[in-house]
Write a protein that binds this ligand. Structure first.
Ligand code: ATP
Length: 272
């Protein structure tokens, strides 16, 4: 049986409008992936090559996965997602074959986006991987071979995501491979406002809840942490009264003391 039978091919339902803020990130991705596919003649006219692969990097929980899905969905591309660590662990002894198989699948359903989440697990800089060193080197070599074999515009666009850009082997980032790098930062105030608004659409929020105050209080929170604050506030309201009809400011204040920003100091240095 194929090692990759679990890799589902689908067109995800995420829309650009489901992702709050991050307007420049969205624009850069459209330029890098959507424009070349939809207007190849314009790229030829301008004498520029579209990227074969794009790396999204930044702190955890800041919507890299959502962005990859929205891109595939809104550009009408098939979407295949693989998690780096799964490839390395689940298919012990078959990791290289699994890499070949994923690319074969992606090509078969082209035009497609092949998304490698946590790519650092696959593309550890040589010499840095401990223990399974040889396997890691062989998987990386296979990945490079496959990337060199795809043709931009016609078939597969590689999208990769990582929280640890420093761990990625430089060979993967050469021109013609993953040659575009886009930083997905912690949400700025505008983005935090949009994330709250998106959450509030489906929640009964009391009129006295002050959105601007929450925006100011969530500096250094990731998008995932902001959604966690909203969920926690709703649970606190229910805890107080299971028949509660709305979520009050006090619930948010309490939630903010429970859900605090968790990006470790040790990781922060990679995002400046
Ligand atoms: P990780 O690095 O941990 O895989 P990630 O950057 O891929 O994280 P996602 O899994 O895409 O992050 O996002 C986590 C969750 O946070 C999303 O499912 C969504 O609920 C919320 N979220 C984060 N950023 C945004 C945003 N800008 N707009 C709307 N929701 C967001």
């Amino acid at each position: 049986p194929s090692a990759m039978r679990e890799v589902a091919i689908d067109v995800p339902k995420v829309l650009w409008s489901d992702i709050g803020g991050l307007e420049t990130v969205k624009l850069k991705l459209k330029q890098a992936v959507e424009w070349p596919l939809k207007h190849p003649e314009s790229f030829i006219r301008m004498g520029i090559q579209p990227p074969k692969g794009v790396l999204l990097y930044g702190p955890p929980g800041c919507s890299k996965t959502m962005i990859a899905k929205a891109l595939a969905n809104e550009s009408g591309l098939n979407f295949l997602a693989v998690k780096g660590p799964e490839l390395m662990n689940k298919y012990v002894g078959e990791s290289e074959r699994a890499v070949r198989e994923i690319f074969r699948k992606a090509r078969a359903v082209s035009p497609s986006v092949l998304f490698f989440d946590e790519i650092d697990a696959l593309a550890v800089e040589r010499g840095r991987s401990s223990g399974a060193g040889n396997v890691a080197d062989r998987v990386l070599a296979q990945l490079l071979t496959e990337m060199d074999g795809i043709e931009q515009l016609k078939d597969v666009t590689i999208l990769a995501a990582t929280n640890r850009p420093d761990m990625i082997d430089k060979a993967l980032m050469r021109p013609g491979r993953i040659d575009r790098i886009i930083y997905v930062p912690l949400p700025d105030s505008e983005t935090r406002r949009e994330i709250f608004k998106l959450q509030f659409r489906s929640m009964p929020i009391s009129e006295e809840v002050c959105l601007e105050e929450l925006v100011l209080q969530t500096q250094k929170y990731s998008g995932a942490e902001i959604t966690a604050v909203c969920r926690e506030a709703a649970l606190l309201a229910l805890q107080e009264d299971i028949q509660a009809k709305c979520i009050m400011g006090q619930h948010f204040q309490h939630a903010l003391s429970i859900v605090t920003p968790r990006i470790p100091e040790s990781l922060r240095k990679f995002y400046e």
